[in-house]
Design a protein around this ligand. Structure first.
Ligand code: ADP
Length: 199
């Protein structure tokens, strides 16, 4: 099973991905926690450098091709091998990040979807939906450097793009992420446990 966490920066993806991994592991499920952009793939390393606010604006098409190249590395070297070993893989960001961030940077959604069409789909995608104000508050206490996608205007655009792409789609769960970590975790864990029972 592949589970993806999506949402704007500061929405709590890495916190919830970790809490879910810990609780599944405690109940004896083999679980692997991972994230994109990767730290190990060479495209991921390049991306992390480009994401930190620099003097020039990187070209959006170049950026999204790097994300997709990193995902190809991630799927081939981590996600598929772990799933084939029977693990539940939890990834902090996946295909929808490319579609949403790419579209918010002015790129065609059709092209972005096509670039991702050969990757395995996530069985469950959690969209952590949070107000940009609350996300900014959380980020302010975390970040030393602002990343290029973290301006208020961009956060508003990204939030509405996430809600658009997930509306009415099977496998998508939009989670109210303005709540406490525990409340959010309880809702997510119960959805995953139910899905594991059906497998
Ligand atoms: P993301 O991975 O989506 O960028 P994080 O999980 O890193 O978000 O969370 C951003 C910051 O907000 C972190 O400092 C984290 O401890 C804090 N945080 C996460 N979830 C909550 C929550 N439900 N309530 C308050 N603070 C939170």
């Amino acid at each position: 099973m592949l589970i993806a966490f999506e949402g704007i920066d500061g929405s709590g993806k890495s916190t919830q991905a970790r809490l879910l991994a810990e609780s599944l592991a405690k109940s004896g499920v083999i679980v692997e926690l991972t994230r994109e952009p990767t730290k190990e793939g060479s495209a991921g390393v390049l991306l992390r450098k480009e994401l930190v606010e620099v003097s020039h604006e990187p070209d959006p098409r170049y950026m999204q091709l790097l994300f997709v190249a990193d995902r190809a590395w991630h799927v081939a070297n981590f996600i598929l091998p772990k799933i084939n070993h029977g693990a539940v893989v939890i990834t902090d960001r996946y295909i929808d990040s490319t579609r949403v961030y790419g579209a918010a940077s002015g790129l065609e959604i059709g092209w972005l979807t096509q670039l991702n069409s050969k990757f395995p789909k996530a069985d469950i995608t959690f969209i952590l939906d949070i107000t940009p104000e609350e996300a900014e508050k959380r980020l302010a206490s975390r970040n030393s450097k602002k990343e290029i996608f973290e301006s208020k205007k961009m956060l508003i655009k990204l939030r509405s793009a996430y809600s658009r792409i997930s509306r009415g789609k099977t496998g998508y769960h939009v989670i109210n992420a303005n709540r406490s970590q525990d409340e959010i975790h309880t809702e997510i864990a119960s959805i995953v446990r139910e899905a594991l029972k059906q497998k």
